[in-house]
Design a protein around this ligand. Structure first.
Ligand SMILES: Cc1cn([C@H]2C[C@H](O)[C@@H](COP(=O)(O)OP(=O)(O)OP(=O)(O)O)O2)c(=O)[nH]c1=O
Length: 188
């Protein structure tokens, strides 16, 4: 029986895969995430997901390895994780009252097969006041999240509408990943 390794430090990805009933171990990739900003958002998240999966697959060549990456895009600009509170405030101001895209890439690697795909979700924010943005930043939730918000937490109150897979926003298109795992010989 093959083992599944999740190449991620994200507690959300771990939770979602657990929720899906998959047995797995966690080994985050440790390399710096390098990408070409001139590429399309989908190419960027696909390439980062693949980098993470490949790094861990090299150490677990008998396993099925899952890598994933999530980024927010607005006006052709990519928003990753904010490096400080000022950047988080700038990101939230940019997202306020508008629709942005959340791009997630997933890579599933095994000796037998190789699956890479991306998901895009449209997310519309309510208009946010400066005080709402400051209160949200004080919650510390934006710190480790692409686009400086977490829809699964307090960030839920910022969101007016989504179009697409909710779980993809949280970091893992779990239904599609589980379907891909089946092709790699993993059954629930
Ligand atoms: C938009 C959004 C992002 N996020 C998170 C998902 C990702 O964990 C994070 C984006 O960072 P990533 O670089 O995709 O992932 P990570 O560094 O957390 O983990 P790893 O690289 O080890 O897999 O933003 C949310 O949790 N909720 C949201 O609503």
């Amino acid at each position: 029986m093959k083992t599944v390794v999740l190449a991620s430090q994200s507690p959300r990805r771990k939770e979602l895969l657990t929720q899906a009933g998959i047995e797995f171990t966690v080994q985050p990739s440790v390399k710096e995430e390098i990408y070409d900003p001139a590429e399309t958002p989908d190419n960027i998240v696909a390439s980062l997901a693949l980098q993470k999966a490949e790094e861990v697959f090299a150490q677990h060549p008998e396993a099925v390895v899952i890598g994933s990456d999530t980024m927010v895009a607005i006006d052709g600009k990519m928003l990753g994780k904010p490096k400080d509170e000022e950047e988080a405030a700038r990101m939230l101001k940019q997202l306020s009252g508008r629709t942005h895209q959340v791009h997630t890439g997933a890579a599933i690697l095994s000796k037998e097969d190789r699956t890479v795909f991306t998901e895009t979700v449209q997310v519309t924010f309510y208009p946010l006041t400066e005080s709402e943005i400051n209160t949200y930043i004080q919650s510390k939730e934006p710190a480790d999240k692409a686009g400086a918000y977490g829809i699964q937490g307090l960030g839920a109150v910022l969101v007016e509408r989504i179009e697409g897979d909710y779980f993809s926003i949280v970091g893992l298109p779990v239904a599609k990943v589980v379907r891909a795992l089946k092709k790699h010989g993993i059954q629930l």
